[in-house]
Design a binder for this molecule. Structure first.
Ligand code: OAD
Length: 267
């Protein structure tokens, strides 16, 4: 029976180089795993974390000021171009060892749900199948007026391009500040958190709700909760195991120590 007490254990804080044996035992026994990832898992792919300073032309803009419907209404060209720049950065990036270790983990677990706040699509590019994108995807567009996805549009010099159905402006299909998360994905993520034996919170500052609720909900439901992050977060003092380090280092170690050496990935 899972322990129903909130925060049932003193968190085990450890260095990059040792994975607690108890965690390996629980991983081997786990039937249902849910994983929440944030920008930190893509940091080792060279994609800047959300709250990191931007570079070059964009250095003077705060992402939290560009990622809003108001910013788009005020200056749609600026916001579209910012996303185009981010798309370029992600196109040049490759999934890293952390993404790949999660692909391997999925192969070993009967019910595995990967929930991401990232809009970079790197989990799918790495080969993960069950991915819930809570904050949308940089490479999709939707109509600002109709709020419906748009797959393609005629070539033109318009920035942003126009919706081929209604002529409205196209916008990136991502969740901006002040907007709701996609309902079906959020419901599925909440279900996965509520039923997980083990829940991982990886590379996220655990500051942005409702995603930040998921590890807490898993804890309340009796799951073992593991955080992987080089820095402490508001979640750190609640979790069962706190693994301090880069996900690209810790996740492959965790998977290798639990299930043995993994296949070679061909990307
Ligand atoms: P943040 O930029 O807030 O946090 C990134 C986290 O990754 C930090 O806690 C870092 O310490 C950690 N980190 C950095 N390098 C790491 C590494 N190599 N391995 C593991 N962790 C590492 O990004 P998010 O938590 O993803 O939402 O931000 C969540 C949401 O906040 C974003 O999706 C965005 C923003 O509001 C929306 O746009 C709606």
């Amino acid at each position: 029976m899972p322990n129903k007490v909130f925060h049932p254990e003193i968190p085990t804080v450890m260095s990059e180089l040792s994975i607690p044996g108890e965690l390996i035992t629980r991983l081997r026994a786990a039937q249902r795993i849910a994983v929440l990832t944030g920008a930190g898992i893509s940091a080792e792919s060279g994609v800047p974390t959300f709250r990191e300073a931007q570079t070059g032309l964009w250095a003077r803009y705060n992402p939290e000021e560009l990622a809003t419907p108001e910013a788009f209404q005020h200056d749609p060209k600026l916001v579209w171009e910012w996303y185009a720049w981010r798309q370029d950065r992600v196109r040049q990036a490759e999934p890293n060892a952390g993404h790949l270790a999660l692909v391997d983990m999925e192969r070993h677990i009967a019910e595995f749900t990967l929930i991401t706040q990232n809009v970079d699509g790197l989990h799918r590019r790495a080969g993960s199948h069950q991915v819930l994108e809570l904050h949308g995807n940089l490479f999709r567009a939707k109509c600002f007026n109709e709020d419906r996805p748009v797959e393609s549009w005629p070539d033109s010099d318009d920035i942003p391009p126009r919706c081929p159905r209604c002529g409205g402006l196209l916008r990136p299909d991502v969740v901006w500040f002040g907007e709701s998360l996609p309902e079906a994905a959020l419901r599925a993520a909440e279900q996965a958190a509520a039923h997980a034996d083990l829940f991982f919170s990886i590379g996220t500052s655990a500051l942005v709700y409702p995603a930040a609720n998921l590890p807490l909900a898993a804890l309340k439901a009796g799951a073992t909760v593991v955080e992987i992050n080089p820095q402490p977060t508001p979640l750190s003092s609640y979790v069962t195991f706190s693994l301090n380090g880069a996900s690209g280092v810790i996740l492959p170690m965790l998977v290798a120590q639990t299930w043995g050496k993994q296949r070679i990935h061909n990307l």
